[in-house]
Design a protein around this ligand. Structure first.
Ligand SMILES: [Zn+2]
Length: 161
């Protein structure tokens, strides 16, 4: 074989070649120092890679164990902490409900206030825009005022006697 089977060396290492391919690679390796060196390099790289992976796996396993330990602690202390969490959630709910109520009432008050101002403004504007009504309103107001004063004086006189 004149051609170096470089692309087959990795498969040879992984034992993924069929018997015919395997025999051809072995025959070539027996006579080719450069492919022998390459095979050694590949084998070393694979081993190094495997070691690296096992080193990565170790901390991953450690992390999993730490998480498991935390999980166990959580499960143990859940009964005690559950009440505090429930209490906090309850307070939070009450707080949120209170804020919402205050906001809604505030909006209602604000809406009512605006409505009253609008009505007063509209009423005064309407009264002032109609001269006859203005005169009538003034007369009516004076009648009510006089009646009130008279009623009040009678009441005071009645209580004095
Ligand atoms: Zn070769």
């Amino acid at each position: 074989m004149d051609k170096h089977p470089e692309e087959q060396l990795s498969a040879y290492l992984d034992d993924e070649l069929n018997p015919d391919e395997r025999r051809k690679v072995e025959d070539h390796l027996a006579t080719c120092a450069s492919c022998q060196a390459l095979l050694e390099e590949l084998a070393y790289t694979k081993q190094d890679l495997a070691q690296t992976f096992s080193r990565i796996e170790a901390p991953m396993d450690f992390e999993a164990r730490v998480m498991q330990t935390i999980g166990d602690d959580k499960a143990r202390s859940y009964a005690g902490k559950g009440r505090i969490v429930a209490l906090l959630l309850g307070l939070l709910t009450i707080g949120l409900f209170y804020l919402m109520t205050v906001e809604v009432v505030g909006k209602l008050m604000h809406g009512w206030f605006k409505l009253m101002i609008t009505l007063i403004y509209a009423a005064s504007h309407f009264i002032l825009s109609v001269p006859a009504l203005t005169g009538g309103t003034i007369v009516l107001s004076l009648i009510i005022l006089v009646t009130s004063v008279v009623s009040l004086r009678r009441l005071l006189q009645a209580s004095a006697n």
